[in-house]
Write a protein that binds this ligand. Structure first.
Ligand code: ZN
Length: 359
């Protein structure tokens, strides 16, 4: 093995070990099993080499290290609409892996960063800065930062084109809809455009997007006879139980615009509507632009029409109404909340709200 490759393998092992014990790893056995199933289906003969981990990070990214350590971020799982779209990203990453692109990429950056430096960073694959990795620590969602600083080069245009081509072949051979790959990029580019993001989605850092790329993926897909399956039912079954937590993480990270755009797209699937409408309400209540309180009230009320509306919906509806100066309606919402949630941990606080509203 060449020194550069040996170094890369070492970095990969360190990254994986740090990740496996970090709090970022998703601990749901069902979700893990699902990710493994989809990965194996699209990886085919490379299945035994690949170890996919869900990572609790609110941005769109997936990455794969040369030792088979694959990360799939929750921000990606929240944004893809079907198993075919998930498989498209996984298939693309596996193509980079099979073609040993990260080694090529690494060798091109070796002039400035030697193997040891990368080992100290320990995060060359979007990994984590765990306690034992060395002097440098940083937020693993800052892959873009690493690229900007020259520690990690983006894949080249040729590498990307090749991974797109091979990834699409993996996707189709696994029986998935070929159009899914282009759709992933189209959605992501739309999100960036709509929100005018100061930092683009993390995946963009290592996989530079372009209109040309989108066009060529669409053309490739159109040339394929086999229509394949979207696998939306299985995907929703595996991810819906987690969606609420993922949306909350995005909001905590301040992604108001991005969440709004994602929710509008997911609403079209007509599943998990109580959760989606609730978070739509949250986005508007937190944004607080002209007319947003009315939008928030409308969204919370729509959420309450569905069984899966989160328990806090009535309370947050009350808060929005109170801020909008609709005191009587706010009182009713708070009372409804207390009545519907006898065990609510924030009972005393909501009773205080009621007192302040004069009841
Ligand atoms: Zn790529």
């Amino acid at each position: 093995m060449e020194p550069a490759e040996e170094g890369l393998q070492m970095v990969s092992r360190v990254s994986e070990a740090a990740f496996a014990t970090s709090g970022l790893r998703i601990d749901s056995p069902e979700l893990r099993a699902y990710l493994e199933r989809v990965t194996c289906r699209v990886a085919d003969e490379h299945c035994p080499d690949v170890r996919p981990y869900g990572a609790a990070i609110p941005d769109f990214n997936a990455s794969m290290a040369p030792n088979g350590f694959m990360q799939i971020w929750t921000g990606l799982l929240l944004r893809v609409e079907s198993e075919a779209q998930l498989a498209a990203v996984i298939g693309h990453e596996i193509s980079h892996y099979v073609q040993r692109h990260s080694l090529e990429r690494f060798e091109t950056t070796q002039r400035t960063a030697n193997v040891l430096l990368a080992a100290q960073l320990g995060t060359a694959f979007g990994g984590v800065g765990g306690p034992s990795i060395g002097p440098l620590r940083f937020d693993p969602s800052q892959v873009g930062e690493l690229v900007a600083q020259g520690y990690l080069a983006a894949y080249s245009r040729d590498q990307e084109a090749e991974a797109d081509r091979r990834g699409l072949r993996n996707l189709v051979e696994a029986g998935y809809a070929p159009g899914a790959a282009a759709q992933v990029w189209a959605n992501l580019m739309e999100e960036r455009r709509a929100c005018d993001l100061p930092t683009p989605p993390a995946l963009f850092a290592s996989h530079p997007p372009s209109e040309e790329r989108l066009r060529s993926l669409r053309e490739l897909a159109q040339g394929i006879q086999n229509r394949g399956e979207e696998g939306q039912t299985d995907f929703l079954e595996a991810t819906l139980p987690h969606r609420q937590r993922w949306l909350r993480m995005e909001l905590t990270a301040g992604h108001l615009c991005r969440v709004r755009v994602v929710i509008e797209r997911l609403l079209e699937q007509e599943r998990g509507l109580g959760v989606l409408r609730y978070y739509q309400g949250e986005v508007y209540r937190k944004r607080g632009e002209e007319g947003d309180l009315d939008r928030a009230v409308r969204a919370y009320r729509q959420a309450l029409e569905h069984d899966d509306a989160p328990v806090g919906t009535r309370r947050d509806l009350g808060l929005a109404l109170e801020r909008a100066g609709r005191e009587e309606a706010a009182r009713n919402a708070f009372r409804d909340y207390l009545e519907a949630n006898e065990e609510a941990g924030d009972r005393a606080m909501v009773q205080q709200y009621l007192k302040e509203l004069g009841s």
